[in-house]
Design a protein around this ligand. Sequence first.
Ligand SMILES: *Cc1c(COP(=O)(O)O)cnc(C)c1O
Length: 364
Amino acid sequence: MQTINRIHNFNPGPATLPVSVLFDVQKEFLNYKDTGMSILETSHRSKPYEEMQNQVKSDLLELMGLGDDYDVLFIQGGASLQFAMIPMNFATPEKKGSYVLSGSFASKAYKEAELLGVGSIAASSKDQNFSHVPTQDELNIDPNSAYVHICSNNTIYGTEYHYIPETNGIPLIADMSSNILSRPMDFSKFDMIYAGVQKNLGPAGVVVVIAKKSLIEKSPENIPTMLRYDTFAKNNSLYNTPPTFTIYFIGKVLQWIKNEGGLAEMQKRNERKANLIYRVIDESNGFYIGHADKDSRSTMNVTFNLQNEELEKKFIAESIERKLNGLKGHRSVGGIRASIYNAMPYDGAVALAMYMDSFRKRNA
Ligand SMILES: *Cc1c(COP(=O)(O)O)cnc(C)c1O
């Protein structure tokens, strides 16, 4: 397949997309399924559009192994708006949301609940610079909580949950923006999962919310229409105009995941890619300093430092010359971050590992 001079794209999000999907979208860009127009020009109230959106919903539930007790909503405003909608819809000062602070986004989610006076903290690894995910033993969940909120993969720090918290019947809500569909998981342990799609599912523009119908069928009376989950649930996410192109694109990515072998295959590939890079870190005699504790390492975002900032700058500059892009760490933590989501080909991980090896040999 012709790949038109593409780089190895390690950007954290928007992120690399499967090339075959990009071609497929290009192919039907001018005329979607013999409608004589682009999906971009199609009414969200039309039959072709609604069929497409319903297919995306059922494909997503199928890949997650979830039944019709779950619904899928498409909401704009990013995962960042979910940080506010969740406490608005579910928590009260008497029955707060309980947050596990495992990184930047987890903390931002808590902040919104705190602004509303409805947040409490179940655990935090801030003192350890978020180098690990709090363990089950570290969780101190108020039994009167409305829900427990976790961030399953900490995109900025490069840590990931390798267990599903036991909450003793309290609804479990997860921000899975950066690891959704990266591996099989018992998704039914969660009452609500949400993800900004620009990391693992498509281009920017929408958040998918996968939630138990019983949780989202009724929102408190005093919440504005567009901030209520029940508005989206009752109207099949068509109360207002959804980002139709992004949703269409998600459908293509879901088809791609299915065709490639589903979540088990994604896991196999993702572990292979991540292991390759972590091995270079571990065998570098301290030249590369991994940020995450080994038992909390993320398969999606590999974060590390070099001995000093100067060397890190050099590492980034030379990486770009080799068409390895997007490796600069988040502005809040610095260092290096390689985002290797589902769509990052094995070749990309190999190219990075080889570059890291040669850079070490030249600079150690
Ligand atoms: C990127 C990211 C966000 C922020 O998403 P927006 O769509 O930009 O609001 C939130 N949580 C996690 C885990 C992320 O990776």
